[in-house]
Design a protein around this ligand. Structure first.
Ligand code: SF4
Length: 384
């Protein structure tokens, strides 16, 4: 897993969370190092942060932060994993963010000004709050930094009213998801639907035909269908028996032909031949379920979407992104909680590619897999 840099305003619990993440990694036998940036700078400078601010000024301290992050980012490959608790201002400087992103994931811990004030009000080593230990000042400072923090973060975790183990569980799940996304992107740079289509309505037809059938077979059948019925109107006017005659190699020919016919008639009569671009309208179309609707939203309209097909469900359970969930809607809900919305659609296409090439059903080739060191199934199997 990549290094972790915890950023956020003072008092959000970065050091406490970092120590717990470090302890968990150690308990799992993962070589890991915990670094508290302010503490490391104090040790290296031989004086407290307040002293550095007083004697050398804030700009000097910020340069020390950048220098430390540069050294961390340039560590040799294979060095122990880093869990770094960053100083409150570290993520404000663009160079620092670049260095952290080069080395790992940036996780923003978010809290309300009230939570922050409650946690720091008795602290004597917050030079930036000297003489301003009140909610209004903290809120204004947080607001000034908010945009920089949010732009820097790979993911955000709220700490308000939550205990450290809960926060760490969420970080573990979300960073694992980021790691899976990143590695599969490198393995399969092109993430595209394996069904052939030229128009949105054709993808609707193909995805209905793909139920309990291979994409390859669907792609063999659809050219004949579109040659005979080249438009929504032509297909809507067709006798379902004629459609069935062409699509029966895909199996379930009668019900698939009936759904395709009904769906095309709705597109013709209610949408002027176009495919709607919202989940509710798509789900109202005959033969269209959440999987198909998500595919249309993601591939045709570029909207956030998660397509929970058989590969997605199987891989997510093996890897450990979900725990024993087999129902598509529940897998989709669980993934929405841990995956950045803009990544969902392509990730699902990559699950299909990986499920066909490497993580094959009933005989996953873990020794060839780019996920083997973070995959729950492979890790548990290595203990047997
Ligand atoms: S490590 Fe094995 S089980 Fe895990 S995703 Fe890779 S092939 Fe599948």
């Amino acid at each position: 897993m990549g290094n972790i840099f915890l950023i956020g305003f003072m008092g959000t619990g970065k050091s406490t969370v970092a120590r717990e993440l470090h302890a968990r990694a150690k308990a799992q036998g993962v070589p890991c190092e915990y670094i508290e940036m302010d503490q490391r700078i104090e040790e290296e400078q031989g004086m407290p942060i307040t002293g550095i601010f007083e004697k050398r000024g804030e700009a000097y301290f910020r340069d020390l932060e950048t220098d430390l992050l540069r050294r961390l980012a340039e560590r040799a490959p294979g060095a122990p994993r880093l869990i770094v608790s960053c100083g409150g201002g570290a993520a404000v400087r663009e160079e620092n963010v670049r260095l952290m992103k080069k080395a790992g994931w940036i996780i923003l811990l978010q809290a309300t000004p009230d939570t922050v004030l409650r946690r720091v009000r008795k602290s004597k080593d917050r030079p930036i709050l000297n003489g301003n230990m009140n909610r209004a000042f903290i809120a204004s400072l947080m607001e000034k930094r908010r945009a920089a923090y949010e732009a820097a973060a790979d993911l955000t975790v709220s700490v308000d009213g939550r205990k450290v183990p809960q926060i760490c569980d969420e970080i573990a799940r979300k960073t694992k998801a980021l790691e899976v996304i990143d590695r599969l992107k490198k393995e399969y740079p092109l993430a595209a639907c394996t069904l052939n289509y030229e128009d949105a309505w054709q993808l609707l037809v193909s995805v209905r035909l793909a139920a309990q059938c291979t994409d390859a077979r669907v792609d063999m059948v659809t050219p004949k269908l579109y040659e005979k019925f080249p438009t929504v109107e032509a297909l809507a006017a067709a006798d379902p028996a004629e459609i069935e005659e062409i699509v029966k190699p895909c199996g379930l020919g009668h019900s698939k032909a009936r759904d395709i016919s009904a769906c095309m008639r709705v597109l013709r009569d209610q949408y002027g031949g176009r495919v709607p671009d919202d989940m509710k309208s798509l789900l109202a179309l005959p033969g269209v379920g959440r999987k198909s609707a998500n595919l249309i939203l993601g591939d045709i309209f570029g909207k956030p979407a998660i397509v929970t097909d058989t590969h997605c469900i199987r891989l997510c359970n093996l890897i450990g992104l979900v725990d024993g969930i087999k129902e598509p809607a529940k897998v989709e809900k669980a993934l929405w909680e841990i995956i950045p919305p803009e990544e969902g659609n392509d990730l699902c296409h990559r699950f299909v590619l990986h499920g066909r090439a490497v993580c094959v059903a009933r005989r996953p080739q873990c020794d060839k897999c780019c996920l083997r060191d973070i995959c729950r199934y492979a890790i548990e199997k290595s203990y047997e």
